[in-house]
Ligand binder design. Structure first.
Ligand SMILES: Cc1ncc(COP(=O)(O)O)c(C=O)c1O
Length: 361
């Protein structure tokens, strides 16, 4: 029996994909399924988003999982291959590979493959994490174009560092840098396609709406923007993490609660002990005051998060053992909980552990 459950709404996934299409009606959509679909379960999410134009993953084993489950959609490996030994499987499974470094081009030039693979050249437009630097893009494209194991129809992409931050001019600078490469790209790959936008760029940077978009977090119903909320973009939360009250205690004024005795009450109060902890993926750094929904009422986390439990100040709220608790989800925004824990909704979702039952509705 699972006390902690993450309920995943297929309807919310479909709604959020529809929201993407409303933002970018003319762009094909590559949905991000990496990291077990941001913790939501890669196979079930892929089924719910099967209408997307392509799937994006970060690791070869994620693509293998999708192919084994029978998905025939285009699948793009966003970090390409990690060594040349992965190339035959990439070819066999008809996967598409991002190429972000010269060593990958060299590996492709040495490879013997049964059929050519489609490549997405990743350009470093300013994030300085992965990508071919601007001055090396033309020679890279020319070199790739000549390789027998690379499809002539190459694509070109980039990724943004600060698209979530409207006060930053970085996205405009990155788009400008990317656009300077377009003419050469089109001359070398006339039917090649491009891709720039992640979720934040989809909702906030129209100039990036060229070619493919690559939404992740917005599909899962959290705002991609700094200090944003799902309602700003009419997104529906997909995951609701719930558990149960396992004990209700009276606490006298000045008594402390939990490890380290870090919190004490300034008055007599009542504490609900809830069966969720960092062993389930609830963030250990959630601060005193982090909202927790018990029987639909907002209460405040107090004291340290333990491996299996949290303690919540319920004051006069009517709470009994066995009552329902929502940690984040349809009634309590993951963005808000994440902010209170010094993290982001992405990390909350990805951190949910195997002890939690993923239930699909
Ligand atoms: C290359 C790439 N594209 C798209 C995304 C999706 O980003 P988001 O979840 O912010 O939409 C990611 C996520 O990290 C990424 O690495």
């Amino acid at each position: 029996m699972h006390v902690a459950v993450a309920t995943i709404s297929r309807a919310a996934l479909a709604h959020n994909l529809q929201r993407v299409r409303e933002y970018v009606p003319n762009c094909p959509v590559m949905v991000m399924l990496k990291a077990n679909a941001y913790g939501h379960g890669i196979v079930e999410v892929a089924k719910a988003l099967a209408d997307a134009d392509a799937f994006g993953v970060a690791r070869l084993q994620e693509a293998v999982t999708l192919r084994k489950a029978g998905f025939k959609q285009r699948i793009v490996l966003l970090e390409g291959f990690f060594c040349d030994r992965e190339l035959p499987l990439i070819c066999e499974l008809s996967l598409e590979a991002v190429v972000h470094q010269q060593w990958q081009i060299d590996a492709l030039s040495q490879a013997t493959l049964s059929q050519p693979i489609r490549v997405w050249l990743k350009v470093d437009s300013g994030m300085h994490r992965l990508g071919i630097p601007p001055e090396a893009v033309t020679p890279a494209l020319q070199q790739l174009k000549l390789l027998p194991h690379v499809l002539a129809d190459m694509n070109m992409m980039t990724h943004f560092a600060c698209a979530d931050d409207l006060s930053s001019g970085m996205t405009a600078t990155q788009i400008k840098s990317f656009n300077t490469q377009l003419k050469t790209f089109k001359s070398i790959c006339p039917s090649g396609e491009v891709s720039l936008a992640n979720s934040a760029a989809i909702v906030a940077h129209k100039q990036s709406h060229q070619g493919w978009v690559r939404p992740g977090i917005m599909l899962y119903g959290a705002s991609p923007m700094l200090n944003g909320s799902a309602e700003d973009h009419q997104l529906m939360p997909v995951m609701s993490l719930t558990s149960k009250v396992m004990a209700v205690r009276n606490l006298k004024a000045n008594e402390t609660v939990g490890y380290g005795a870090t919190w004490s009450s300034d008055k007599n109060t009542r504490i609900a002990v809830v069966a969720i902890g960092y062993g389930d993926g609830y963030p250990r750094h959630a601060a005193n005051g982090t909202p927790v929904l018990i029987n639909g009422q907002r209460c405040a986390l107090v004291g340290r998060v333990s491996m299996d439990m949290i303690t919540v100040d319920i004051g006069l709220v009517d709470v009994a053992v066995g009552d329902d608790v929502e940690l984040w989800g349809s009634g309590l925004s993951a963005n808000e909980v994440a902010a209170s824990a010094g993290t982001i909704a992405y990390e909350l979702f990805c951190s949910v552990t195997q002890r939690v039952l993923l239930r699909y509705i």
